[in-house]
Design a binder for this molecule. Sequence first.
Ligand code: G1P
Length: 290
Amino acid sequence: MKKVRKAVLPVAGLGTRVLPIAKSTPKNLLNVVDRPILSYIVAEARAAGIEHICFITGRGQEAIEHYFDRQPEIEDILRAKGKDDLLAELLGEAGRPGEMSFVRQGEPHGLGHAVWCAREVIGDEPFAVILPDMLMDANPGTLSQAIAAYEKVGGNIVVVEPCPDGQAHKYGIVALGERDGRLAPMTGMVEKPAPGTEPSNLFISGRYILQPEIFEALSAHEKGAGGEIQLTDAMARLMRSQKFHALEYDGVTYDCGDKVGLLRANVAFALKRPDLAAAAREAIEALLRA
Ligand code: G1P
Protein backbone atom coordinates (compact mmCIF):
# COMPACT_ATOMS: atom_id res chain seq x y z
CA MET A 1 0.00 0.00 0.00
CA LYS A 2 1.45 3.36 -1.05
CA LYS A 3 1.76 6.02 1.64
CA VAL A 4 -0.34 9.22 1.34
CA ARG A 5 2.35 11.90 1.03
CA LYS A 6 0.68 14.74 -0.84
CA ALA A 7 -2.38 16.89 -0.31
CA VAL A 8 -4.33 19.14 -2.66
CA LEU A 9 -5.89 22.29 -1.20
CA PRO A 10 -8.34 23.92 -3.63
CA VAL A 11 -8.42 27.57 -2.54
CA ALA A 12 -9.43 29.30 -5.78
CA GLY A 13 -13.10 29.87 -4.81
CA LEU A 14 -14.23 33.48 -5.03
CA GLY A 15 -15.71 33.56 -1.54
CA THR A 16 -19.03 35.08 -2.56
CA ARG A 17 -20.54 34.00 0.78
CA VAL A 18 -18.03 36.17 2.65
CA LEU A 19 -18.17 39.33 0.57
CA PRO A 20 -17.19 42.12 0.81
CA ILE A 21 -14.01 41.07 2.70
CA ALA A 22 -13.30 38.43 0.04
CA LYS A 23 -12.89 41.22 -2.54
CA SER A 24 -9.33 41.77 -1.39
CA THR A 25 -8.54 38.96 1.08
CA PRO A 26 -8.61 35.34 -0.10
CA LYS A 27 -11.38 33.73 1.96
CA ASN A 28 -9.09 31.03 3.34
CA LEU A 29 -6.80 33.72 4.76
CA LEU A 30 -9.59 35.12 6.92
CA ASN A 31 -8.61 34.82 10.54
CA VAL A 32 -9.68 32.43 13.23
CA VAL A 33 -8.35 34.07 16.41
CA ASP A 34 -4.84 35.17 15.38
CA ARG A 35 -4.03 33.13 12.28
CA PRO A 36 -5.60 32.38 8.91
CA ILE A 37 -7.87 29.39 8.39
CA LEU A 38 -5.15 27.92 6.16
CA SER A 39 -2.71 27.82 9.06
CA TYR A 40 -4.95 25.29 10.86
CA ILE A 41 -5.48 23.33 7.64
CA VAL A 42 -1.74 23.08 6.93
CA ALA A 43 -1.16 22.02 10.56
CA GLU A 44 -3.78 19.27 10.13
CA ALA A 45 -2.06 18.07 6.94
CA ARG A 46 1.42 18.08 8.51
CA ALA A 47 0.16 16.24 11.61
CA ALA A 48 -1.17 13.52 9.26
CA GLY A 49 2.30 13.06 7.75
CA ILE A 50 1.71 15.03 4.55
CA GLU A 51 5.05 15.99 2.96
CA HIS A 52 3.84 18.13 0.07
CA ILE A 53 0.92 20.52 -0.22
CA CYS A 54 -0.34 21.67 -3.59
CA PHE A 55 -2.53 24.79 -3.44
CA ILE A 56 -4.86 25.31 -6.39
CA THR A 57 -5.19 29.07 -6.52
CA GLY A 58 -6.87 31.81 -8.55
CA ARG A 59 -6.09 35.40 -9.42
CA GLY A 60 -5.65 37.78 -6.50
CA GLN A 61 -4.53 35.07 -4.09
CA GLU A 62 -0.81 35.80 -4.03
CA ALA A 63 -1.11 36.62 -0.32
CA ILE A 64 -1.43 32.87 0.38
CA GLU A 65 2.04 32.27 -1.03
CA HIS A 66 3.39 35.24 0.94
CA TYR A 67 1.86 33.92 4.18
CA PHE A 68 3.72 30.62 3.90
CA ASP A 69 6.98 32.27 2.83
CA ARG A 70 9.82 33.18 5.22
CA GLN A 71 9.95 36.80 6.41
CA PRO A 72 13.60 37.52 7.29
CA GLU A 73 12.91 41.21 8.10
CA ILE A 74 10.41 40.32 10.82
CA GLU A 75 12.46 37.31 11.94
CA ASP A 76 15.54 39.55 12.46
CA ILE A 77 13.55 42.00 14.57
CA LEU A 78 12.12 39.22 16.76
CA ARG A 79 15.59 37.69 17.15
CA ALA A 80 17.10 41.06 18.13
CA LYS A 81 14.34 41.60 20.68
CA GLY A 82 14.73 38.12 22.11
CA LYS A 83 11.13 37.17 21.25
CA ASP A 84 12.11 33.56 20.73
CA ASP A 85 8.66 32.00 21.16
CA LEU A 86 7.08 34.21 18.52
CA LEU A 87 10.06 33.64 16.23
CA ALA A 88 9.72 29.87 16.56
CA GLU A 89 6.01 30.15 15.84
CA LEU A 90 6.65 32.20 12.70
CA LEU A 91 9.30 29.80 11.46
CA GLY A 92 6.89 26.91 12.04
CA GLU A 93 4.19 28.57 9.93
CA ALA A 94 6.45 28.93 6.89
CA GLY A 95 6.60 26.21 4.27
CA ARG A 96 9.82 24.19 4.34
CA PRO A 97 11.86 24.40 1.12
CA GLY A 98 9.98 22.35 -1.51
CA GLU A 99 7.04 21.58 0.79
CA MET A 100 4.48 23.68 -1.06
CA SER A 101 3.55 24.30 -4.66
CA PHE A 102 1.01 26.67 -6.18
CA VAL A 103 -0.92 25.83 -9.34
CA ARG A 104 -3.31 28.25 -11.02
CA GLN A 105 -6.74 26.97 -11.91
CA GLY A 106 -7.12 29.66 -14.57
CA GLU A 107 -10.88 29.39 -14.93
CA PRO A 108 -13.41 28.55 -12.21
CA HIS A 109 -14.84 25.30 -13.56
CA GLY A 110 -15.60 23.68 -10.19
CA LEU A 111 -13.99 21.49 -7.53
CA GLY A 112 -13.41 18.54 -9.87
CA HIS A 113 -11.53 20.78 -12.28
CA ALA A 114 -9.47 22.27 -9.43
CA VAL A 115 -8.36 18.81 -8.28
CA TRP A 116 -7.59 17.78 -11.88
CA CYS A 117 -5.21 20.78 -12.12
CA ALA A 118 -2.98 19.03 -9.54
CA ARG A 119 -2.45 15.88 -11.66
CA GLU A 120 1.17 16.65 -12.67
CA VAL A 121 2.16 17.53 -9.10
CA ILE A 122 0.55 14.40 -7.64
CA GLY A 123 1.61 11.83 -10.26
CA ASP A 124 0.87 8.15 -9.74
CA GLU A 125 0.19 7.87 -5.99
CA PRO A 126 -2.74 8.14 -3.58
CA PHE A 127 -3.26 11.65 -2.24
CA ALA A 128 -5.43 13.70 0.08
CA VAL A 129 -7.83 16.51 -0.77
CA ILE A 130 -8.71 19.02 1.94
CA LEU A 131 -11.47 21.59 1.43
CA PRO A 132 -10.08 24.49 3.45
CA ASP A 133 -13.44 26.19 4.08
CA MET A 134 -14.27 23.29 6.37
CA LEU A 135 -12.23 23.86 9.50
CA MET A 136 -12.38 20.80 11.72
CA ASP A 137 -11.60 20.55 15.39
CA ALA A 138 -10.67 16.92 15.96
CA ASN A 139 -8.15 14.91 17.92
CA PRO A 140 -6.47 13.15 16.18
CA GLY A 141 -6.94 15.53 13.26
CA THR A 142 -9.52 14.60 10.64
CA LEU A 143 -6.95 13.86 7.95
CA SER A 144 -5.08 11.59 10.39
CA GLN A 145 -8.37 9.74 11.01
CA ALA A 146 -8.90 9.43 7.23
CA ILE A 147 -5.38 8.10 6.66
CA ALA A 148 -5.80 5.57 9.49
CA ALA A 149 -9.01 4.39 7.76
CA TYR A 150 -7.15 4.19 4.43
CA GLU A 151 -4.40 2.12 6.03
CA LYS A 152 -7.10 -0.27 7.29
CA VAL A 153 -9.27 -0.73 4.18
CA GLY A 154 -7.29 0.78 1.25
CA GLY A 155 -8.96 2.22 -1.84
CA ASN A 156 -10.58 5.65 -1.51
CA ILE A 157 -11.87 7.31 1.67
CA VAL A 158 -14.45 10.09 1.87
CA VAL A 159 -15.01 11.81 5.22
CA VAL A 160 -18.69 12.42 5.98
CA GLU A 161 -20.85 13.81 8.77
CA PRO A 162 -24.57 14.17 9.53
CA CYS A 163 -26.26 16.89 7.54
CA PRO A 164 -28.46 19.46 9.28
CA ASP A 165 -32.14 18.98 8.41
CA GLY A 166 -33.18 20.39 5.06
CA GLN A 167 -29.60 21.20 3.96
CA ALA A 168 -28.75 18.09 1.89
CA HIS A 169 -29.32 19.89 -1.43
CA LYS A 170 -26.23 22.05 -0.71
CA TYR A 171 -23.77 19.14 -0.42
CA GLY A 172 -22.51 15.87 -1.80
CA ILE A 173 -24.52 13.07 -0.15
CA VAL A 174 -23.42 9.44 0.16
CA ALA A 175 -25.26 6.09 0.11
CA LEU A 176 -23.76 3.42 2.37
CA GLY A 177 -23.62 -0.32 2.88
CA GLU A 178 -23.35 -1.94 6.31
CA ARG A 179 -21.38 0.11 8.85
CA ASP A 180 -18.45 -1.17 10.83
CA GLY A 181 -18.04 1.46 13.54
CA ARG A 182 -17.35 4.77 11.86
CA LEU A 183 -16.51 3.16 8.49
CA ALA A 184 -18.90 1.92 5.83
CA PRO A 185 -18.50 0.84 2.21
CA MET A 186 -20.06 3.37 -0.11
CA THR A 187 -22.67 2.27 -2.62
CA GLY A 188 -23.30 5.62 -4.26
CA MET A 189 -23.00 9.38 -4.00
CA VAL A 190 -24.76 12.35 -5.51
CA GLU A 191 -23.83 16.02 -5.66
CA LYS A 192 -26.52 18.47 -4.52
CA PRO A 193 -29.52 16.12 -4.69
CA ALA A 194 -32.94 17.64 -5.28
CA PRO A 195 -34.73 18.08 -1.91
CA GLY A 196 -36.29 14.81 -0.77
CA THR A 197 -34.14 12.59 -3.04
CA GLU A 198 -31.01 12.34 -0.85
CA PRO A 199 -29.87 8.73 -0.29
CA SER A 200 -28.86 9.33 3.38
CA ASN A 201 -28.35 12.14 5.89
CA LEU A 202 -24.55 12.03 5.56
CA PHE A 203 -22.75 14.71 3.59
CA ILE A 204 -19.25 14.84 2.18
CA SER A 205 -17.55 17.19 4.57
CA GLY A 206 -14.23 18.04 2.98
CA ARG A 207 -11.47 15.44 3.50
CA TYR A 208 -10.74 12.75 0.92
CA ILE A 209 -8.09 10.11 0.24
CA LEU A 210 -8.13 9.38 -3.48
CA GLN A 211 -6.33 7.05 -5.84
CA PRO A 212 -4.59 8.68 -8.83
CA GLU A 213 -7.08 7.09 -11.26
CA ILE A 214 -9.43 9.90 -10.21
CA PHE A 215 -7.55 12.14 -12.67
CA GLU A 216 -8.64 9.95 -15.56
CA ALA A 217 -12.24 10.09 -14.30
CA LEU A 218 -11.93 13.89 -14.12
CA SER A 219 -10.34 14.28 -17.53
CA ALA A 220 -13.71 13.82 -19.27
CA HIS A 221 -14.51 17.34 -17.92
CA GLU A 222 -18.19 16.40 -17.67
CA LYS A 223 -20.30 19.10 -16.14
CA GLY A 224 -22.65 18.27 -13.28
CA ALA A 225 -24.61 20.18 -10.64
CA GLY A 226 -24.50 23.95 -11.18
CA GLY A 227 -22.80 23.50 -14.57
CA GLU A 228 -19.51 22.73 -12.77
CA ILE A 229 -17.07 19.83 -13.10
CA GLN A 230 -17.86 18.00 -9.86
CA LEU A 231 -15.42 15.85 -7.90
CA THR A 232 -18.41 13.84 -6.61
CA ASP A 233 -19.40 12.82 -10.18
CA ALA A 234 -15.85 11.68 -10.97
CA MET A 235 -15.72 9.68 -7.71
CA ALA A 236 -19.07 8.07 -8.60
CA ARG A 237 -17.57 7.01 -11.96
CA LEU A 238 -14.40 5.66 -10.30
CA MET A 239 -16.58 3.74 -7.84
CA ARG A 240 -17.48 1.33 -10.68
CA SER A 241 -13.91 0.01 -10.63
CA GLN A 242 -12.55 0.93 -7.18
CA LYS A 243 -13.48 0.61 -3.53
CA PHE A 244 -14.79 3.68 -1.69
CA HIS A 245 -15.43 3.89 2.05
CA ALA A 246 -17.13 6.67 3.96
CA LEU A 247 -15.65 7.61 7.33
CA GLU A 248 -17.87 9.41 9.82
CA TYR A 249 -15.13 11.32 11.58
CA ASP A 250 -14.99 12.20 15.26
CA GLY A 251 -14.89 15.99 15.73
CA VAL A 252 -16.63 19.30 15.04
CA THR A 253 -16.80 21.13 11.70
CA TYR A 254 -16.93 24.91 11.22
CA ASP A 255 -17.88 26.04 7.72
CA CYS A 256 -15.66 29.12 7.49
CA GLY A 257 -16.90 29.95 4.00
CA ASP A 258 -20.00 31.22 5.80
CA LYS A 259 -20.16 34.35 7.98
CA VAL A 260 -21.77 32.72 11.01
CA GLY A 261 -19.62 29.61 10.62
CA LEU A 262 -16.50 31.80 10.72
CA LEU A 263 -17.78 33.61 13.79
CA ARG A 264 -18.51 30.30 15.54
CA ALA A 265 -14.98 29.10 14.73
CA ASN A 266 -13.49 32.27 16.20
CA VAL A 267 -15.46 31.93 19.41
CA ALA A 268 -14.83 28.19 19.77
CA PHE A 269 -11.10 28.37 19.04
CA ALA A 270 -10.59 31.41 21.31
CA LEU A 271 -12.32 29.53 24.14
CA LYS A 272 -9.91 26.63 23.64
CA ARG A 273 -6.75 28.75 23.72
CA PRO A 274 -5.13 28.59 27.16
CA ASP A 275 -3.71 32.13 26.78
CA LEU A 276 -7.04 33.67 25.72
CA ALA A 277 -9.84 31.51 27.13
CA ALA A 278 -10.53 33.45 30.33
CA ALA A 279 -10.54 36.90 28.70
CA ALA A 280 -12.55 35.62 25.73
CA ARG A 281 -15.18 34.05 27.99
CA GLU A 282 -15.49 37.23 30.02
CA ALA A 283 -15.89 39.36 26.88
CA ILE A 284 -18.48 37.04 25.33
CA GLU A 285 -20.49 36.79 28.54
CA ALA A 286 -20.48 40.58 28.92
CA LEU A 287 -21.76 40.96 25.35
CA LEU A 288 -24.52 38.43 25.93
CA ARG A 289 -25.60 40.21 29.14
CA ALA A 290 -25.77 43.63 27.43
C1 G1P B 1 -18.23 20.88 -2.18
C2 G1P B 1 -18.41 19.43 -2.64
C3 G1P B 1 -19.53 18.77 -1.84
C4 G1P B 1 -19.25 18.87 -0.36
C5 G1P B 1 -19.04 20.35 0.03
C6 G1P B 1 -18.61 20.47 1.48
O1 G1P B 1 -19.37 21.62 -2.54
O2 G1P B 1 -18.71 19.42 -4.02
O3 G1P B 1 -19.64 17.41 -2.22
O4 G1P B 1 -20.32 18.31 0.39
O5 G1P B 1 -18.01 20.95 -0.78
O6 G1P B 1 -18.51 21.83 1.82
P1 G1P B 1 -19.36 23.24 -2.60
O7 G1P B 1 -19.35 23.71 -1.18
O8 G1P B 1 -18.13 23.64 -3.33
O9 G1P B 1 -20.62 23.61 -3.32
